[in-house]
Ligand binder design. Structure first.
Ligand SMILES: NC(=O)c1ccc[n+]([C@@H]2O[C@H](COP(=O)([O-])OP(=O)(O)OC[C@H]3O[C@@H](n4cnc5c(N)ncnc54)[C@H](OP(=O)(O)O)[C@@H]3O)[C@@H](O)[C@H]2O)c1
Length: 346
């Protein structure tokens, strides 16, 4: 076990409708030793998912994080010491560890720990090539299945999943409209991501703008937020339209969930399809997605947009950005640089 302390964020109380500093408690502990079947990892980067608030909010009996436990999160880490077969010191891994400098992992979990190649930087391992990119890739290609020229609309389009989903649909030849909050995000979607149309849900009437940009209606709606935006899209679905249910960020933190869509029945009228995507269900096909996304990233067809906060002490602030629309692109936090030499080819 390396000498030193393990800085960590513990869950102090359950959120009530918003993310606030009082929910988290800073603590320091000795660096743990790995038991047989575990590896000790140094966490280098943290990725934030809006769904993390569900684990913070749920009671322990409903699978929530126990009060006083370290806050769980997706991490890019480096193995320091290993008693876990298949993992060696120096390996870079993506796993669901926690908001702390060091964690012990057993390789299991909702999404098992995955080694990533040394030439993929940790930020991309958590973004385009992480669960975020996998949800976007499979959600668009397996569930939405846009055809060239079809109208695709993406909510939270300047966020982690949305920014990739919108660009993958564009690469497939669709006409893509992104919905995002604020001029900075809309500018990025127009200029960098090259979308065909952008709607600022903070300053524009979304329904009216959808009518202007998709006068014939929407073929595929990729939904990250739920709530009123989903309802606007459902009401404008074209015959045989598809809705990709990826997430519902507007509902996660709300003390009182926003009213549900009233336009669900339109699915029947247009013979439409609304279907969920869960990145984990595509685990065996992650390598295929990584290869395709990497090719697009290297050729410049796909832009990776990240919003990086530095320092473990800032983890609660970085997480809260997801619920105030502050994040532009994938919300990440950098804790440390790799300290052990990489093992090329690992
Ligand atoms: N199915 C899967 O396997 C899978 C995997 C990963 C993530 N997800 C889901 O994908 C969605 C996006 O995740 P992400 O990590 O990429 O987060 P993100 O979209 O980068 O960040 C959250 C964004 O949601 C929007 N938002 C926040 N509160 C809102 C509200 N009340 N109403 C409308 N929009 C609101 C804001 O963007 P704007 O204001 O710009 O719209 C905010 O920036 C989440 O719902 C997540 O749970 C699903």
């Amino acid at each position: 076990m390396p000498p030193g302390i393990n800085r960590r964020w513990l869950l102090a109380k359950r959120p009530e409708g918003t993310v606030e500093a009082a929910q988290f408690r800073w603590a320091e502990a000795p660096i743990p030793s790995p038991a047989p079947g575990q590896a000790l990892v140094r966490n280098l980067w943290l990725s934030f998912h809006p769904t993390a608030i569900l684990a913070m909010s749920a009671s322990e009996s409903d699978g929530g994080t126990p009060i006083g436990d370290v806050v769980m999160g997706e991490t890019a880490s480096q193995v320091v010491e290993s008693r876990l077969p298949g993992f060696e010191p120096g390996d870079l891994v993506e796993s669901f560890a926690g908001w702390e400098d060091y964690s012990t992992i057993d390789g299991q979990g909702f999404i098992p720990a995955r080694k990533f190649p040394p030439d993929i930087p940790p930020n991309l391992a958590l973004g385009v090539f992480g669960v975020t990119g996998m949800a976007a890739y499979f959600g668009v290609l397996e569930v939405g299945r846009p055809q060239p020229g079809e109208r695709v609309v993406v909510s939270a389009a300047a966020g982690g999943v949305g920014s990739i989903a919108a660009q993958v649909a564009k690469i497939r030849g669709a006409r893509v409209i992104g919905i995002a909050g604020g001029p900075e995000k809309c500018d990025w979607l127009r200029r960098e991501a090259g979308l065909d149309g952008v709607i600022d849900h903070r300053s524009e009437d979304v329904g009216r703008r959808l009518d202007e940009l998709c006068p014939q209606g929407i073929d595929v709606y990729f939904d990250n937020t739920g709530g009123p935006l989903l309802d606007d899209a459902l009401g404008r679905l074209r015959p045989s339209g598809r809705v990709v249910v990826c997430g519902g960020t507007s509902r996660y933190a709300a003390a009182k969930p926003p009213p549900g869509p009233a336009n669900y029945l339109n699915l029947a009228m247009v013979n439409g399809r609304m279907e969920g995507v869960l990145a984990r269900d595509y685990l065996p096909r992650f390598p295929e997605a990584v290869r395709a996304l990497r090719k697009w990233l290297d050729s410049g067809q796909l832009k990776s947009k990240e919003d990086t906060v530095v320092g473990l002490e800032n983890a609660p602030t970085a997480f809260a950005r997801l619920f105030t629309s502050a994040n532009v692109g994938k919300q990440l936090l950098k804790i440390a640089d790799p300290s052990l030499p990489f093992r090329p080819g690992a």
